[in-house]
Design a protein around this ligand. Structure first.
Ligand code: JFZ
Length: 488
């Protein structure tokens, strides 16, 4: 009896610990589905995504009309949650559609903005938790084509622009939470009788048909980004009403937030960068540029370009992707501070993109005091990219533990590739001699070519997914808009 008690205690504390470590991700699967493809097939399917490294997240919907203010009051939390946080009645919120006329929306410009920033793919909200479809849906009139003066289908226009500019397009779809259609789930529970209804009917008549629409009517869809499974709401049976629809897009990549025990293709750490990435799992950190996903007129806590760029480099050095968000206005414009920052990121990427795209994570298991590293390994040859955030004052960059000889080294910003002197340390490591001034104020890249398999004397790395469960489960911060996916 006692034995069993201890066992249960251990089990639940390790479960909780595991959840705390993976706090932003969907609950781990009870039973993962049998792999339907070989590793080689999976690698081929994931190839473009793994090489892309950098994408644009777009949260755009009717919430851009209230833009954070309801009844003259600023509503706390992330902008796209205003209906829930403000407990706005369904019919009152639906009235915002009358004012939603984003005539300044220009799909070509949005895609060009993403492309110039160095982004390779876009993921846009086709329907967020507020239940409003940003496309011409036949399954519900509550969509931008039928319910607003705009009378256009932004997803169709974006799909066309992405095709023209060679950018991959993906859709976010809130499959469980829907605060408009009867039977949809709502974090914290329904606040309006109009939301009550049969969940299976909601799945059958709204979510599944709309997922079918977005996967059928817009050409190639590269990514399906589910969100907030709402624990028991998205049961295995309900998830399996949705899953067959994915077959409409061979090669599609989907994330770990469907629910029902399905892990999907990608982990989705949100608003943070894991300390060492995930072993054997693809992952993508999604992040806002200010404090909200959906537009809020008064949120101007913009992260400096330096932070955005160093995040991108940090993520690449850990083998992940960066899905950086913009929240366009109800006029259809990406806020100027976002555009400005994306331009600056693009300027850096033009020079340094080679050190990000198609790279894999750092070969060093320990943090480098001056910055980060990425690499490309090609058979018996490797290229190391050393990303120097803090330029050494004495002009000497210490690279610890490496045993390989450096064949050549140069600054990526130097088109002449003037060789840098690399001195061998004892017993291992290099000292690279650098010019006095950093070529880039935020991060300068040094390219080092190496022969033979990389050989570094260092302790083993500990991945995010291998972390020991905490003794005590970390208490979840009671921040608004957080902890939703882990709601059971
Ligand atoms: C979800 C959405 O609710 C939010 O509006 C936004 O779309 C974001 C990208 O995803 O937000 C979440 C989901 C899960 C957690 C936190 C916020 N979580 O598990 O901590």
């Amino acid at each position: 009896m006692l034995k069993r008690f201890i066992w249960v205690g251990l089990l639940s504390s390790s479960l909780l610990g595991g959840m705390a470590a993976a706090k932003d991700e969907a609950p781990q699967p009870a039973a993962a589905p049998a792999p339907a493809e070989t590793k080689a097939e999976r690698d081929a399917r994931m190839k473009w995504w793994r090489e892309a490294k950098f994408g644009m997240f777009i949260h755009w919907g009717v919430y851009s009309v209230p833009a954070g203010t309801y009844n003259g009051k600023q509503i706390n939390g992330i902008g796209e949650w205003i209906m829930n946080r403000g407990k706005i009645p369904v019919d009152v919120y639906a009235k915002y559609t009358e004012q939603f006329n984003p005539v300044k929306f220009n799909a070509d410009e949005w895609v060009a903005t993403a492309k110039a920033a160095g982004m390779k793919y876009i993921v846009i909200t086709s329907k967020h938790h507020d239940g409003f479809a940003m496309f011409h849906s036949k399954a519900s009139k509550y969509n931008i084509y039928d319910a607003t003066p705009f009378k256009r289908d932004p997803l169709a226009e974006l799909a066309e622009a992405c095709r023209k500019q060679d950018i991959r397009l993906g859709f976010y779809y809130s499959q469980a939470q829907d605060w408009h259609h009867p039977g949809g789930a709502a974090s914290g529970g329904h606040w309006d009788k109009a939301q009550d209804g049969d969940a299976d009917a909601y799945l059958k008549n709204i979510a599944v048909p709309q997922i079918r629409e977005i996967l059928s009517n817009y050409g190639k869809v590269a990514v399906l980004w589910f969100d907030t499974s709402m624990g028991a709401y998205m049961s295995k049976e309900r998830a399996e009403m949705i899953l067959p629809e994915l077959k409409r897009q061979p090669g599609i990549i989907w994330n770990n937030r469907l629910g029902g025990g399905y892990r999907g293709d990608t982990e989705t750490p949100e608003q943070h960068i894991p300390t060492a990435g995930y072993k054997d799992r693809d992952w993508e950190t999604c992040m806002t540029m200010n404090g909200t996903w959906g537009y809020k007129s008064y949120d101007d806590k913009w992260k400096p370009t330096e932070a955005l760029l160093q995040n991108l480099i940090d993520i690449a050095s850990k083998g992940g992707n960066y899905l950086l968000n913009v929240g366009p206005t109800s006029e259809g414009l990406i806020p100027a501070p976002s555009v400005e920052r994306l331009k600056e990121v693009g300027t850096w990427m033009k020079v340094n993109g080679e050190s990000i795209y198609e790279t894999t994570g750092t070969p060093f298991s320990q943090p480098l005091p001056w910055g980060r590293a990425t690499k490309k390994v090609n058979g018996d040859e490797a290229t190391l990219y050393l990303h120097v955030f803090s330029w050494p004052k004495d002009g000497k960059l210490a690279v610890p533990g490496i045993k390989n000889a450096a064949e050549s080294a140069y600054l990526l910003a130097d088109s002449a590739k003037k060789p840098l002197k690399v001195e061998k340390g004892s017993p291992h490591g290099w000292t690279i001699e650098l010019p006095g001034a950093a070529p880039d104020a935020i991060s300068s890249t040094i390219v080092v070519k190496v022969k033979g398999p990389l050989d570094i004397d260092q302790p083993p790395v500990q991945y995010e997914s291998e972390k020991k469960p905490a003794k005590k489960p970390a208490k979840k911060p009671a921040t608004k808009g957080k902890g939703v996916d882990s709601l059971k």
